[in-house]
Design a protein around this ligand. Structure first.
Ligand SMILES: Nc1nc2c(c(=O)[nH]1)N[C@H]1C(S)=C(S)[C@@H](COP(=O)(O)O)O[C@H]1N2
Ligand SMILES: [Mo]
Length: 512
């Protein structure tokens, strides 16, 4: 069959490319929804303010109450949702993100293919309303459905097999909702927000973009449900013949479309089940397989961006959220094997030394006083926790590059490993994170000893923490103990580029 033929609209011929992209779209969209829920579970609260102040959420999907009498962190707010609704289930933000990004890429390719063929063929006439009359006509159709009548097929203004309500709905979903989801998805990337702070302003700010992204998910789900109801309303066998075989006129084989269609839907469900199972039982392998596809694209597009953020005073967060407990005996999940940190803290960090070693000509040990004597920099920036919350703070400190310059980095160096005094809260492994060496030359890669003009508070990583303003929060090691210049991050810790990469399948690039 000629894939470009529009055929006679009265027989409703759908060319092969339309049918293929339709079913692939269903596969990718449902995977996007379920992996999106796994991401939402990591911070099941939505805000219309950029500070994500606790209690200021407009919507929450958790009953957990945070204690008022002791410190808590955003990892305590995380929910663990069933694998029946989320991909994967449990606390699986890392793999949920990988599934989300993989399917976002597949969905984009599918959509581009669809849009190209749509406009290269006469098929666009199905979808693009050519008269404003479509609006009142769609309202008329809506009134008919609501009173259990079926509107006539086709529009008077072009060769579309759809009724006006169908046409405006499909048009709105494909050319309104889908691009909105892509744009609000990108607005959540710290690399994009760092390099193009104006971009987020298009949506208000980063939390508004996240809330809109969620509302888009709700809209997609609503569309899916009504779409399904309509398939039955208009006749399951007939509609399936159109969606699978391209035409409802299939003669004696009136059941063929329904039979194949049920097979396709079963296959889609099996892909979902397989994705959940493989994620649950082979976390590391799934991490590697998905990142082999996603990481090069993500890094290729986003890694080279530099942050140019300078938020005005009026945007600063009165309350800056926290993630990661201080490594002291009050918080055994984060405390190291010895009391070094607590001792330093009790001594006002007078004996604190930052160790810088590895592939450098002059290893160094720097006291806070020595660090403060180096050129000072201030930056007011947006912090993106991978879980979804944000806060804005003014950080003061010394650029990573200033310190490295004084150490003389050797030519074989490729990465920086940042080690904390603290431990990973879920596993008790030492907290460390690695980044590529070129990150050190980002103008806002900072070793911060101040927040909002005050010495860095203990809960935010005293006495020294890393700031990388194009990265997600988990890369920014608090309670910084040492920097090691290395050639291969595979030799450090679990070998994945950081403790959250090793233990939670987070991505080393952390650009989105
Ligand atoms: N040592 C240490 N550093 C850490 C963490 C941690 O648990 N331990 N959490 C990271 C995460 S996930 C985030 S979002 C930020 C939070 O920084 P804040 O507590 O200053 O807001 O710190 C990062 N650095
Ligand atoms: Mo985070």
């Amino acid at each position: 069959m000629d894939p470009f033929s529009i055929g006679d609209p009265s027989v409703n011929v759908a060319p092969l490319f339309l049918r293929l992209t339709h079913w692939f779209n269903l596969l990718f969209l449902t995977l996007l929804v379920r992996s999106g829920l796994a991401i939402l579970a990591a911070h099941p609260k939505l805000y219309w303010n950029i500070h994500s102040k606790p209690g200021s959420e407009w919507l929450r999907f958790t009953r957990k109450k945070m204690p008022e009498d002791r410190m808590w962190c955003s990892t305590d707010e995380e929910e663990s949702w069933s694998g029946l609704i989320a991909l994967p289930g449990g606390e699986s933000l890392g793999l949920g993100r990988y599934w989300h990004f993989l399917n976002a890429l597949c969905w984009l390719i599918c959509g581009a293919f669809y849009a190209a063929l749509l406009f290269l063929s006469p098929q666009w006439q199905r979808l693009i309303p050519t008269s404003w009359q479509v609006i009142p006509d769609a309202i008329r159709d809506m009134a008919m459905y609501l009173t259990f009548r079926t509107p006539p097929r086709g529009t008077p203004y072009g060769p579309s097999p759809f009724n006006p309500l169908q046409q405006v709905t499909y048009f709105g979903v494909i050319f309104g909702l889908a691009p909105m989801m892509i744009l609000t998805g990108l607005a959540q990337s710290p690399s994009i927000a760092g390099r193009f702070p104006w971009y987020e302003r298009l949506f208000g700010h980063r939390q508004a973009a996240r809330s809109l992204h969620f509302l888009g998910l709700v809209a997609f789900l609503g569309f899916l449900v009504i779409h399904l109801v309509m398939v039955f309303w208009h006749g399951f066998a007939r509609e399936m013949n159109v969606m699978v075989l391209g035409s409802e006129n299939v003669g004696t084989y009136w059941w063929a479309g329904a039979a194949i269609g049920v097979g396709i839907i079963t296959a889609i469900i099996l892909v979902h089940v397989a994705a959940n199972l493989v994620s649950a039982h082979h976390r590391r392998a799934t991490h590697h397989a998905l990142s082999a596809v996603v990481a090069p694209i993500r890094e290729g597009v986003l890694h080279h961006l530099n942050s140019v953020q300078h938020y005005p005073e009026s945007w600063m967060s009165a309350y800056f959220r926290t993630n990661g407990y201080p490594p002291i005996s009050a918080y055994p999940q984060a405390k190291g094997d010895d009391d070094t940190y607590e001792r330093l803290m009790n001594g006002g960090f007078a004996d604190y030394r930052l160790r810088v070693d590895g592939l450098v000509d002059h290893p160094m040990e720097l006291s806070l006083e020595e660090l403060r004597k180096l050129p000072r920099q201030e930056q007011t920036t947006l912090h993106h926790c991978i879980q979804g919350w944000t806060s804005i703070g003014r950080w003061g400190g010394v650029r990573v590059a200033e310190v490295l310059e004084r150490c003389g980095v050797r030519p074989e160096a490729r990465y920086l490993a940042f080690y904390s005094f603290g431990k990973h809260e879920k596993t008790g492994k030492p907290y460390y994170e690695c980044v590529t060496l070129d990150l050190a030359n980002h103008p806002q890669a900072l070793l911060a000893y101040e927040l909002n003009g005050e010495p860095l508070p203990v809960q935010h990583g005293a006495p020294l923490r890393l700031r990388l303003e194009t990265k997600l929060g988990f890369k920014m090691v608090k309670y910084l103990h040492a920097i090691e210049v290395i050639d291969d991050y595979g030799k450090v810790g679990g070998g994945q580029g950081g403790v959250r990469e090793d233990e939670q399948q987070f991505d080393m690039g952390a650009e989105i």
